[in-house]
Design a protein around this ligand. Structure first.
Ligand code: PLP
Length: 383
């Protein structure tokens, strides 16, 4: 048995805790909520409330933080994506809301740069919309985008995630979309921190943006943030619950509980009150510890990187030279997972030609002292 605390609730089910150096990934449980968040959720669970009123008030809180006209707490970023696409098709028309996912008679095409297709964009189609790609996996021109726009276009989607290409870039995308009176919807699920991104994309002009609540912010794993234009958020809300005069809607399976709304709001408050520099500093210290422990291994370069768009938080990246003779990065990752406790590391992503592979060690979810265990285990496998 490992030294990790094994809470009774998991022990009962035989499910063991793991060390998460892979980031806020869903498959390892997102993030850990602060004690105050759990206390607030506990308080929230003690009484009944009017859910429309609660949703609206929480939405105003989100809007204030995101500097947007309106906001909504959603059941994860992926739900926010479903609601963004639904909103762009239905507007505030009850008849259309009720009709989805049947999109007959509606604008139902969402345009996206081919290089930004990803395993989450299914959520844009869950509402009934159809995705249309422009450009190639490598790049695109403004003309590629313009030629895809038609009277069926309901939105242009843009995605920011590690190692994904910008295509023509967000600014140009917004410019072209708005010239054609089409909204831009942005999936920026894991782009917080930095905290400034909460309002940055809105200030750039996106019509709606979606973030995960259960990643960097530390809210409930199944919570998310949707912020943007008032008319669009109103229609997202209409599509999100069947609280409104018995209108059936596609968002019903993604309802947010009162506890999760309060959890997200509380997590966001605490998150904004905490110091970003200190947070990065603690990740940097842990990174340096690991780098020092693993120094002087031939054919292995270790760099501490802080490139917010590609790396989540300051972290050490192990680069294996083409001449590397030891265990492959894949094998090392596998043996780290098979150890006790299981340790999950990042899968790299930069694919530099002078290296055969890489392993990144994401510090955002590594708890005090776990960096020592990670370094010890790696040392055994690498030397
Ligand atoms: C995590 C993620 C999502 C899904 O977010 P949830 O909050 O888990 O629903 C969507 N898009 C991207 C780019 C992500 O990283």
């Amino acid at each position: 048995m490992s030294y990790l605390e094994w809470p009774e609730v998991y022990r009962k089910l035989g499910v063991k805790p793991v060390i998460n150096a892979q980031s806020w990934v869903t498959v390892l449980g997102g993030s850990i909520m602060r004690k105050e968040v759990l206390e607030a959720m506990n308080d929230a669970s003690k009484v009944f409330v009017d859910m429309i009123e609660l949703n609206k008030s929480a939405g105003k809180f989100i809007a204030k933080i995101c500097n947007s006209e309106a906001g909504l707490v959603t059941n994860g970023c992926a739900s926010a994506q479903v609601l963004m696409s639904a909103a762009c098709m239905t507007g505030e028309d009850d008849y259309k809301v009720e009709k989805l996912p049947n999109t007959g008679g509606m604008k139902n095409e969402i345009i996206i740069f081919k290089g930004q297709r990803n395993r989450y964009d299914k959520a844009f189609e869950t509402s009934g919309a159809i995705i249309k790609e422009f450009g190639t996996e490598e790049g695109a021109t403004e003309e590629d985008l313009i030629s895809m726009i038609s009277n069926k276009t309901c939105a242009i989607a843009y995605v920011i995630m590690p190692f994904y290409k910008p295509g023509i870039g967000l600014e140009k995308t917004i410019e072209i979309a708005h010239k054609n009176s089409i909204p831009v919807i942005l999936d920026a699920a894991a782009e917080i921190p930095p905290r400034s991104n909460l309002h940055r994309f809105i200030n750039m002009g996106v019509d709606m943006v979606a973030f995960s609540g259960g990643k960097g912010i530390g809210g409930p794993q199944s919570s998310g943030i949707l912020a943007g234009r008032e008319d669009l958020i109103n229609s997202a809300f209409k599509n999100s619950l069947n609280l409104h005069s018995n209108i059936a809607c596609v968002g019903r399976p993604m309802k947010v509980s009162k506890e999760n709304i309060i959890g997200l709001v509380t997590a966001l408050e605490l998150y904004l009150d905490s110091n970003e520099e200190e947070e990065y500093q603690s990740w940097k210290e842990k990174s340096e510890y690991i780098k020092n422990q693993l120094k002087d291994i031939p054919y292995l370069d270790i760099k501490i990187e802080n490139t917010p768009t590609d790396r989540q938080g300051t972290q050490p990246v192990l680069y294996f030279h083409n001449d590397w003779k030891g265990k492959s990065p894949e094998k090392i990752r596998e043996e780290m997972i098979n150890g006790d406790p299981p340790i999950y590391l990042g899968v790299g992503g930069s694919n530099l030609y002078e290296y055969m592979g890489e392993i990144n060690i994401v510090m955002t979810n590594v708890m005090e002292g776990e960096e020592i265990i990670i370094a010890d285990r790696l040392n055994k496998l690498l030397r």
